[in-house]
Design a protein around this ligand. Structure first.
Ligand SMILES: [Zn+2]
Length: 417
């Protein structure tokens, strides 16, 4: 491809995405399937829709299936004993079964030093910690707090939503293996009610989670567009979500973006140095299982042919895209080239993040980036992920289009030598 055709191509791609009806149409259709908790009918409906969309892209369609076991909640409640009132709660994914009255200890934010300071008081208690804006360099992730709770001998884990008016917070709750403790998200109001009770003296909660063991088949969806060489760029998004809303920002927007970019770039792959492999992973919310299965299925030569992974997860909620680069030089160079092409910057974040499927590529030595709307700014829409507020109405169409254009420029840059 000559320089002139390349620039004409870029103008066409940007124009086509601005004018695309399919991008918003896909987001709507994906949100219509519900929250897409992996292994549920909602996720199955999304899989069926995405298979149709993927086949319509016109490349080489394939699938990978794998087995996942875990726990599913059939009913739950958290009741404050003193008042008899039920607190607004939601069992985290894979939450262990429980029917117990437990004393509570409030560890505030729930940092490692909060746990260490209360070391002798924690055993046998339900620990109360706070959810934090997850997309900042210095936050302490829920998974870290939950691991600390287990390590210090807590009997249960309660995490309070930091966002008022958004109901309980959800999230991953563990591996479902022996030794796991029951884990619930609480609403902001419920957290305040419990913390106030604890400020006056000891308080107990009655925790109930009816959990049954399940076994599910996960299905990753792929579409390949060969390039001039055997090398490929993997453009990915995760299918599954959480049950409280539509998982619209996380990650309906990422799925719609990947489909849109694949529509524009797929037909151009044959003229590009590297091909395009579209990968829609599932069971991401379960410890990144789908992408882990994919990366584990590759031999060394196949891994060597992946130039990089561009992983789109929550590309909305903010007027600018950030790239979580882990400081990888291939990725930093890629973001700079894409920024210059489109006259719109992709801001690099250097921290090593393990919050989405790109982490499995990085762990296998493959350059990888997660593209996300906003970072280190708590006004970003992503503050509402994992809550009932993650709906399509939170997505500004201009943000979605801008994110898709930037994703296309990053992916196209990676496909060129
Ligand atoms: Zn996500």
């Amino acid at each position: 491809m000559t320089g002139d055709t390349f620039m004409t191509d870029i103008r066409d791609i940007i124009g086509d995405i601005w004018l695309s009806d399919e991008l918003m149409g896909d987001l709507t259709a994906i949100c219509d399937t519900g929250g897409r908790v992996a292994g549920t009918a909602s996720e199955a409906a999304a899989q069926a829709l995405l298979e149709r969309r993927a086949r319509d892209l016109g490349g080489q369609y394939s699938e990978q299936t794998f087995t996942v076991t875990g726990l599913r909640s059939q009913g739950h409640s958290v009741r404050l004993i003193a008042s008899g009132r039920e607190l607004e709660s939601y069992p985290l994914l894979n939450c262990a079964a429980v029917d117990d009255v437990l004393p509570v200890i409030d560890l505030g934010r729930g940092t490692p030093s909060d746990f260490e300071g209360a070391r002798d008081l924690i055993p046998g208690h339900a620990v109360l910690v706070r959810h934090e804006f997850p997309f900042s360099t210095n936050h302490v992730h829920r998974g870290v707090k939950l691991a600390l709770a287990r390590e210090y001998g807590a009997a249960a884990f309660l995490i309070g939503n930091n966002q008022p008016g958004a109901g309980a917070v959800s999230g991953s709750g563990g591996t479902g293996e022996p030794g796991e403790i029951p884990a619930f998200g609480l609403s902001h109001d419920a957290t305040s009610e419990l913390a106030t009770a604890l400020a006056f003296g000891p308080a107990e909660v009655h925790l109930v989670n009816e959990a049954t063991a399940g076994e599910w088949t996960g299905r990753n969806i792929f579409v390949r567009f060969p390039g001039r060489t055997d090398d490929v760029v993997v453009l990915s998004a995760h299918i599954d979500g959480h049950g409280l809303a539509e998982s619209a920002m996380d990650n309906g927007a990422g799925l719609a973006t990947v489909l849109e970019v694949a529509r524009r770039l797929g037909p151009r792959a044959a003229d590009s140095e590297r091909g395009l492999l579209v990968a829609l992973f599932t069971f991401e919310e379960w410890a990144l299982t789908g992408s882990a299965e994919y990366v584990a299925s590759l031999d060394e030569a196949e891994r060597g042919r992946i130039h990089c992974n561009v992983n789109v997860d929550t590309p909305v909620g903010y007027p600018r895209l950030y790239g979580l680069t882990a400081g990888n030089p291939v990725i930093l160079d890629l973001l700079q080239r894409a920024s210059r092409l489109g006259g719109t910057p992709v801001h690099p974040i250097y921290a090593h993040t393990t919050n989405s499927d790109h982490a499995n590529f990085l762990a296998a030595g493959i350059p990888a980036v997660r593209l996300i709307g906003g970072y280190n700014d708590e006004s970003a829409g992503s503050r509402l992920l994992l809550t009932a507020a993650d709906t399509r109405h939170r997505i500004e169409p201009l943000d979605l289009k801008h994110g898709a254009i930037v994703t296309a420029l990053v992916t196209l840059s990676a496909m060129q030598a």
